[in-house]
Design a protein around this ligand. Sequence first.
Ligand SMILES: Nc1ncnc2c1ncn2[C@@H]1O[C@H](COP(=O)(O)OP(=O)(O)O)[C@@H](O)[C@H]1O
Ligand SMILES: [Mg+2]
Length: 310
Amino acid sequence: MSQPPYTPGDSPLVREALSSVVSRETAPSTPVSIGYLPSRQDGDWPRPPRQRIITIANQKGGVGKTTTAVNLAAGLSMHGQRVLVVDLDPQGNASTALSVEHRGDIPSVYQVLVEDMALRDIVSPVPDMPNLYCAPATIGLAGAEIELVSLVAREARLKRALEAFDSIELDYILIDCPPSLGLLTVNAMVAAEEVLIPIQCEYYALEGVSQLLQNVELVRVHLNQSLRVSTILLTMYDGRTRLASQVADEVRSHFGESVLDTVIPRSVRVSEAPSYGQSVLTYDAGSSGAMAYMDAAREIAFRGAAVSGK
Ligand SMILES: Nc1ncnc2c1ncn2[C@@H]1O[C@H](COP(=O)(O)OP(=O)(O)O)[C@@H](O)[C@H]1O
Ligand SMILES: [Mg+2]
């Protein structure tokens, strides 16, 4: 690549992010630590002063959105937080990983968004995980991208449904987005105050992030002034490659404090857990992936007071 791939309308942040893709090969590399916070913080974590709604978005597929939604939710719930995962991806991978039924004929987020069903009628408790709940997605949700277009308040339907949900006093709502920037993701961004972007530590890591940031900005300006990118999480970090540490360094230098200290390593256990209908935290609590997701959840909980107060 000889020319930076940005266009004249891009914001300075976007340009920076994109030019970093270009300059990656020449960037200085410093070691990235996969740090664990002290275990004295294990017990119940402080509840946020008010409910936090976090949209987990990146229009690239396979960067760890669903894995992050499920495992952060599990980690938070295991430390006394009441957490709802909203599965907004028609593939229903978060529902699968949480062992929540999502066959085609059961009521799901589709009915909530398109048919005005109450969220309380589709939310299920997650088996064996007190404090954790899931609003499942079914494959029919794929049609919602089109069907929403003609509906009233099409961008704010999830927000409305979440506001009307009063069955459980939730501390966190984590919204797992599909790999696109369509109306489902816009609904997630309108409903939330925070966006968490998982970034995979690989060569094209920042490709597409500029477009995502532009969309966050568009939603902020036109639809939801309180929206901001609060958190960036580096995922699938492979400590054996120099490239992974270079990508991590560059993401940190461009996004600063919003990047969690914790980096999620690539770990077979993480990828195995969903096929057992489990988070990695319950599937193999001692694995590197489980410990890292627990640390990431802890960081989010402890940064919470400052973040939520803004
Ligand atoms: N830290 C990790 N180590 C190993 N495999 C992972 C890790 N994170 C995610 N995966 C696997 O990578 C694939 C894509 O992850 P997923 O969370 O489904 O991404 P997305 O939701 O962004 O499409 C899945 O098969 C998942 O199990
Ligand atoms: Mg996914």
